[in-house]
Each structure stands twice: as C-alpha cells, then as structure tokens.
Design a protein around this ligand. Structure first.
Ligand code: ZN
Length: 180
C-alpha cells in the first residue's frame, strides 16, 4: 500500500537526545486511526540503555522484562493446570454425565444443582451447545466446585489455583516513563 510518511521528533526522557516517530498514512482508501501507523525510535544512547518503546509508550527495560517473564510464567502454569490429568478427568466425567440428558432443560437443572450454572434459564438454553463443548469451556476456577460435586477432594487442585494467583499478585507493574 502506498503511504505518506512524516517524521516527528520530541525530546527523549533525559532531554539530551530525541525520540523519533515515523507516522505512515495510507494515500489510498479510508484513513482511520487504525490505518495510520506510528513507529517510535529512541535516538539517545543513555535512554536506549534504560528504556524501551512498548506500543505508544516508553517504559523501563528491566520493568518490561520482569513483567513479561512473570506473564510467561503465569501462562505456562495456567496451561499446565488447564491440561492437567485432574482437569481432563473431571471434564470428561462431566461431559459423559451431560451426554445422558435428552434435553437442555435437564442439563440446565443438573448444572444448576452442581453449582456450575449461574446463567438465567433462557440464556443457558440459548448458549448451551452440547455436553463436550460445555465441559471443555469450563474455566479452571470452576473445577474445584465440580470436583466437590462429583465427590472428589478439591484441595490439591485449589492449591495449584492459589499458586497461579500468587504469580498474578507478584507480577510487577511497568512504570510509564513517557506517553508517545
Ligand atoms: Zn536521553
């Protein structure tokens, strides 16, 4: 796509150099905030060592690295929990149970009794697409309740959920240095 580009410079955070922004605007088709592209570059060795561009902001390199590492750790732990044998087994058991019901009405009554459904009757009937889909769509946070309802000890699974929450709580925040 053909574009017009503009270069805009502003002082960097330390004031001894510049942050350069390349603004690309398409010359064809509708121009919206989605079609205008902004790319920022820190042109100051001192600031570039300490800071990094993240979207339309400048943030601390160490903050951003710590934040991304914690997020990655959380995602890995979440995936492991979501795909753990406990999660797979309890979802399979629920799907098998739901498959025995002939009507959505019966599935609604069972899931409400299990403490898993808090949707209204009409929205449940509209959104329920089948036993396997429902079981697969359960969030890990719903699984302790399901474990208890099916007569299992939910303790070990809840401990893992708490470990997940601890990662979330200890995720550092990224201080904004400059809005671009
Ligand atoms: Zn600087």
């Amino acid at each position: 796509m053909l574009t017009d580009t503009d270069l805009v410079s502003r002082p960097c955070p330390c004031g001894n150099g510049e942050v350069e922004t390349t603004i690309s605007t398409p010359t064809q088709g509708p121009i919206s905030s989605y079609s205008i592209r902004r790319a920022h570059r820190i042109k100051c060795a001192d600031c570039d060592r300490q800071y990094v561009v993240d979207g339309n902001t400048i943030v601390s390199r160490t903050d951003l690295a710590a934040y991304r590492a914690a997020n990655e750790q959380w995602s890995t732990a979440f995936r492991e929990l979501n795909e753990s044998s406990t999660a797979v087994e309890v979802r399979t058991a629920l799907a098998a149970m739901l498959a025995t019901f002939r009507t959505k009405n019966a599935a609604h009554d069972y899931l409400t009794k299990a403490g898993l459904n808090d949707a209204t009757y009409s929205s449940f009937i509209r959104e329920y697409t089948g036993a396997n889909e429902y079981a697969a769509g359960l969030h890990p946070l719903d699984l302790p309740q399901l474990l208890r309802f099916l007569g299992h000890d939910s303790g070990p699974f809840e401990e893992k959920l708490q470990a997940l929450e601890a990662i979330r709580r200890s995720t550092p925040s990224v201080q904004l240095v400059m809005q671009l």
